[in-house]
Design a protein. Structure first.
Length: 312
């Protein structure tokens, strides 16, 4: 069995999806529909020359989703639909891409939700008051202990459980700075602050979760064509009401990527196809389970090669 997986923030790059849009009218139509939904030319930002503009959370989130859905449109033209996957999953915002790919959300609604999500997450904490840090070389339990010790009344949580040796902390700036020191003392190979504009996936994001709870109430969610492995529970869900609840919890909750990959592998997945920008998830998967084959799909050549393999 295979899963289609969708990247999260940090995977963005200028020009992503442009060659695909030039090769496949259906892929270009995805970018056009996202532009229309947002009432602005996000495609000009994606294919422009201002990386800072693309990296803005409110732009990066819908841009990465658009790129992933453009890949899915091109794959469909080559005879590969969402039913080729037994499960779909995504890292943080990638969960929205997965849901859109599985037709739980319309493309336009997904674009507007991610724009709102990006704006709300950015607005939740004043710049400078929150931080995130990557810890390499300590397991999840050790990093959880570091976070608890560093908190000292502030917020410090494990935001991303990425792979056996990579976890991400999030919280108040002072607490995260304390955690970096403690992680190094505990034997981390590296513990370094991340260049992010807000402390994602921790309790400080509650104002953004409140915004998303209202936004999601106003959007129709269908049962996905393929079960979606949700970040915060690391198992498949297909009930629209449950999906809505988990997406709200995801804003403040932990991205349990390692557990999600392990769950899919335990449930028969032997191939994971990374749909969209970058190859970060493929790298994580290789560190989680070497038995799972990975492949990234973004360029027209990638799409044709994937179609040849998946249609065989």
């Amino acid at each position: 069995m295979r899963a289609f997986i969708f990247p999260g923030q940090g995977a963005q790059s200028l020009g992503m999806g442009r060659a695909l849009a030039e090769a496949y009218p259906s892929a270009k139509a995805v970018f056009d529909e996202v532009d229309d939904a947002l009432g602005e030319k996000l495609s000009d930002v994606i294919w422009g020359d201002d990386l800072d503009a693309l990296t803005l959370t409110q732009n990066a989130q819908p841009a990465l989703m658009a790129t992933s859905l453009a890949v899915m449109a091109a794959l469909k033209d080559e005879g590969v639909g969402i039913e080729a996957a037994g499960f779909v999953a995504g890292h943080s915002l990638g969960e929205y891409s997965a849901l859109a790919a599985a037709a739980a959300f319309s493309l336009a609604d997904t674009a507007r939700l991610l724009r709102k999500r990006g704006e709300a997450m950015q607005a939740a904490v004043p710049v400078g008051q929150g931080a995130m840090a990557a810890v390499l070389g300590l397991d999840f339990d050790a990093v959880t202990s570091v976070a608890a010790e560093a908190a000292q009344g502030d917020v410090c949580q494990v935001a991303n459980q990425n792979d056996p040796t990579q976890n991400v902390l999030s919280g108040d700036t002072a607490a995260v700075e304390r955690a970096i020191v403690l992680a190094k003392e505990a034997g981390a190979k590296r513990a370094l602050p991340l260049p992010v504009s807000a402390p994602f996936h921790c309790a400080l994001m509650q104002p953004a979760a409140d915004v998303m709870a209202q936004a999601l109430e106003d959007v129709s969610i269908s049962a996905p064509a393929v079960p979606v492995v949700a970040n915060v529970v690391a198992q498949a869900v297909d009930d629209p009401t449950r999906i809505r609840t988990l997406l709200v919890e995801q804003v403040t909750g932990q991205v349990r990527w390692m557990s999600s990959v392990e769950w899919m592998a335990a449930n028969g997945v032997t191939e994971m196809w990374e749909i969209g920008a970058g190859k970060a998830l493929s790298g994580m998967i290789r560190r989680i389970n070497k038995e799972v084959a990975t492949r990234a799909v973004l360029s027209p050549d990638d799409v044709k090669a994937a179609a040849d393999a998946l249609n065989a």
